[in-house]
Design a protein around this ligand. Sequence first.
Ligand code: FAD
Ligand code: NAI
Length: 477
Amino acid sequence: MKEFDVVVIGAGPAGYVAAIRAAQLGKQVACIESESYADPKGQIRLGGTCLNVGCIPSKALLQSSELYAQANHAFVMHGIGVDGVRMDVPTMLRRKDNIVTQLTNGIRSLFKKNKVTQLSGHGRFVGREGDRWIVEVKGKDGEELVAATHVVVATGSSARHLEGVPVDNRIVCDNIGALNFESVPQRLGIIGAGVIGLELGSVWKRLGADVTILEAMPDFLAAADQAVTKEAWKVFTAGQGLKIQLGVKINAVLPYENGVRIEYESADESIVLEVDRLIVSVGRLANTAGLGADVVGLQLDDRGRVDVDAECRTNLENVWAVGDVVRGPMLAHKGMEEGVMVAELIAGQAGHVNMNTIPWVIYTHPEIAWVGKTEQQLKNEGVDYKVGQIPFVANGRALGQGDTTGFVKMLACAQTDRILGMHVFGNNASELIAEAVVAMEFGASSEDIARICHAHPTLSEAVHEAALAIDKRALHF
Ligand code: FAD
Ligand code: NAI
C-alpha cells in the first residue's frame, strides 16, 4: 500500500492548490481525481468544475460574445463601420476548449514540478489503521488502497437539478450543456436568475437568443447592494433585453424532441413559455455521496456539506475539508485560500482565511463586484456608516472607453472611517475590487484611499473619488 503524508481527494481549485502548497512545504502528497472530466483521448482533466465547466470556459464565452456585441453596437460610436458581422459558434467553442485544455494540462505540469502524485479514480474513505487513514481509489483500471496521515476532502459541488426535471444536457441543460450549445438557440429559457443565469444568459443573448430568466425570489440578486441591483436590473432588462421574471413558481417542465414547455405562475397568473433550450441554474450541491463519510463517521451538516470549523478541520483527527464541499461562498478563490490555509496548518504553520474580505464578481457587462458589507446589512446590524458614490460618467477614462454605465460605492464606519464594504457596477469592476480587498485586509480607512495617488486617467480614479466622497470632498463630481 502506498503511503503519503497528505492525500487530497479532488483536484479542483481547492484541492490542487492544497496539494501543491503541501508539497512545497515538504510533504509527500497525492491528489485523487475521479473520471468526471476527461479529454478526447480519455485522459483525466484536472482543475475541477472551475477549469472544465465553470469559471474558465464561461469567461471565455463571455469575452467572445462581448466582442461580438461591441462589433455590432459599440464600434459605430468610434466611427468604425463593420458590415456583415457574423458569429461562428463552433470556432468560439473551439477557442474555449483550447483554453480549458491549456489550463488543465498546466495543472498536470504543476503536479509534476511539485512532485504531487496524481491518483486516478474515485476516492473513498474505507477506514483507519493506527494513525493512518485508508482511502480507496477506484478507477477504470482497477482499485488500490492508499494510506495517509492527513486527508483533505476537496470534492467540490455539482449542479442542483429540480425534482422531476431530468437534465439531458441537450435540450435541458445545467452548466455543462449550457457551455456547449453548438448553435445559438432562438428562444432560451433559464430557471434561476443567479450568477450562472445572468452570465450564461448574457452570453447567448448577445449572440442573438431571445432569453427569458425565471426566478423564484421576489428580489433580484438579493445578496448584492440594492444600489447595484436597482441599476443592474435597468441595464440588463430595458438596456440589454434580458427578460427576467421574479417571484415565479415553476409548475411543470415538459421537454420534447426540439424544445421545452415550461408552465409557471407569476403574480397569480398561469403562464406557458415555449423555448428551444432550457438552462437550469438553481444553485449547487456539495459532492459528499460515495465518499465513505458514514464508514468513518465524517460529520456532514444539514445541507450535506462536510462540517468544518473556521480552520477547515472536520470532526475527525487530521481530516480537513475545503472549497465548495464546505460552508461559505462557492467561489474558486475562496476554495484556493482554504487549500493554502490547510496545507500550512498541516505543516505546523499559522494558516488563516478572512471570510470578510472574499470578493464576489459577476461577469456580466457591466460587471458587478463587491467585498464586505452591503448598505442594507449595515442598516440591519445598526452600524452607523457613511457612503461615497461616484458614477463612471464623471470619469475621463470611462468616457474615453465609451463605457460609462455604473458607479463605485464605498461604505465606511461613521466613527472610525474604516472601510466596511465596496460595491462596483461597471466596466472592469472585477479588477477595481482588488483595491478594496487590499484596503480592507490592511484595515484601511476611506481617508487612506483618499490620500493615495491613483494614475490618471484610469477607472481606479472612481475608487479614489468614492473615498473622497465619503468625506464630502470629491473633486470631480
Ligand atoms: P470543484 O471545482 O468542484 O472540484 C472538485 C473535484 O473533485 C472535481 O474535479 C471532481 O471530479 C472531484 N471529485 C469529486 N468527488 C470525488 C471523489 N470522491 N474522488 C475523486 N475525485 C472527486 N467561481 C469563481 O470564483 N469565479 C467564477 O467566475 C466562477 N464561475 C463559475 C461558472 C460556472 C458555470 C460554475 C458552474 C461555477 C463557477 N464558479 C466560479 C464556481 C467555482 O467553479 C467553484 O467554486 C470551484 O470550482 C470550487 O472548487 P472546488 O475545488 O471546491 O471544487
Ligand atoms: P445561485 O445561487 O447564484 O443562483 C440560483 C438562483 O436560482 C437563485 O436566485 C435562486 O433563488 C433561484 N432558484 C432556486 N430554485 C429555484 C426555482 N425552483 N425556480 C426558480 N428559481 C430558483 O446559483 P447558480 O447560478 O446555479 O450558481 C451556482 C454557484 O456557482 C453560485 O452561487 C456561485 O457560487 C458559483 N458561480 C460563481 C460565479 C462567479 O463567481 N462569477 C459564476 C457562476 C457560478
